[in-house]
Ligand binder design. Sequence first.
Ligand SMILES: [Zn+2]
Length: 225
Amino acid sequence: MGSAEFDRTAKCLYIDSHIVTYGNAVDEQLTRIMREEIECMWNEPNARLYFDEEEYQLIFRITADYKPHIEPEEILGNTDPRCNYFRVEKFAQGNISFVDGIGCNTGYFLLENLYTGSTTAAHEYGHTIGLEHPTHLDLRGKGTPGIMYPRGTLVDAPFQYNPEARAGDGSNGGTMHPMHRRVLPSDIELLRLDRLSPDRPILGEFTSIWHPDHSTLTGNDFFPA
Ligand SMILES: [Zn+2]
């Protein structure tokens, strides 16, 4: 989730988001890595947009805070559209990182998905500001994968986990390695920033879910009787 601000003097459109991390597998350093990845990757296209026939530079301004002791009430009570709350743990039910919808401000990340250069934080951030996975997941012949392609996407050999593997041979590394994803100009277009309402210049919605550590849940918590 993020808040947009037009600076008509500087001719900039800022997207401001604040990342708050909590959980047992995150610290100041990992929070910094996540922040830098999101900001660097989303600014990489160096996008320029036109509003009222004037050119604006699009700039993502991402800040972050590590809050290990955050209370559920703080997340539930938050009314700042810049704030996103991500739990980070070594274990996740389903063994995947996720956010709570397309256009949201909360989620749960697996530590093993967050190594430097993983692009996981930038991908999940894309979901929070409204982007879905593409429907066509065969990118062979089309070059660099965009940031919103999910694991399992078919790509040209250099972008696979194992460039030697046959495309689609998942057990042998024949699918996209997430570290090759990039935010492309086409990803920026999909944000439809031209549709931003001046009255509510916000990307995403409040989901405001505080997540428990999945390793502490019992079967009954997942499948209530
Ligand atoms: Zn995804």
